[in-house]
Design a protein around this ligand. Structure first.
Ligand code: NI
Length: 235
């Protein structure tokens, strides 16, 4: 990698980085926090893809990332991972990071604690049959409360939100999608995209976005890599 990152001690990161979700929809507790971007001046951003694997969209996204030599983070739905183990294996083989996005994309705050645990565990089981144990969790629909946060944290997950949301699931034109990403992106951004089961301008747009970001001096990394560059932010 071009950057020289190393993980600072968790306490430092938790003090400065893990701010409560910006929408303020839950009351922050002492320990459970989310991350939606990294505070850095370095031109580093993370592409994330939710809701896959899907038999149509995921191979298209993977082909683009392979061609551009970019590693991204896929927040997979457990039942899709079970349905398409070969696609999950392809993501892993290509060097992408896999995160937990629940088993069936239910709104987790509505569920009991036992059911939330089950959502996380079933997905983890589907992932670990192929990939290393996931360290990152993103709640379906971004819906969070303290119960969900605590459940994720108890299982060793960092809860990852985003700072750039171009709403690709609304199927904007490729041009519109590209522009809305580029207008919002900043050093340390986490970009929310989807490789779910809907037809999508995302694969095409991602190819253009990667080129434009590189032209502007950005490096594209996984979320875990982004977490590691915190300490060089001021340089
Ligand atoms: Ni989702």
């Amino acid at each position: 990698m071009k950057f020289f990152g190393y993980m600072l001690c968790g306490l430092v990161i938790f003090s400065f980085v893990f701010a409560p979700n910006e929408d303020g929809k839950y009351t922050p507790s002492t320990h459970a926090r989310t991350i939606s971007k990294m505070p850095t001046n370095h031109k580093v951003v993370a592409l994330t893809f939710d809701d896959g694997p899907d038999r149509r969209t995921t191979p298209e996204v993977l082909a683009v990332l392979r061609e551009k030599k970019v590693h991204a983070t896929f927040f997979v739905i457990g039942e899709n991972a079970e349905r398409y183990p070969n696609l999950l294996a392809e993501e892993v083989r290509d060097g992408h990071e896999i995160g937990n996005h629940s088993f069936d994309h239910k709104a987790l705050p509505r569920l009991s604690e036992a059911m939330i645990d089950q959502e996380l565990e079933r997905t983890e089981k589907a992932i670990t049959s192929i990939a290393p144990k996931p360290l990152l969790f993103r709640p379906p629909g971004g819906k969070l409360d303290n119960k969900v946060l605590a459940a994720a944290q108890n299982k060793g997950y960092t809860t990852v939100m985003w700072s750039v949301d171009p709403r690709d699931w609304r199927k904007p034109s490729v041009e519109k999608l590209v522009n809305s990403i580029l207008q919002e992106v900043k050093p340390g951004s986490i970009i929310l995209l989807h490789d779910g089961k809907y037809p999508s301008p995302t694969p095409q747009a991602v190819a253009i976005v990667i080129d434009r970001l590189r032209d502007a001096g950005y490096e594209l990394v996984t979320v875990s890599e982004l977490l590691q560059i915190y300490d060089i932010g001021g340089q």
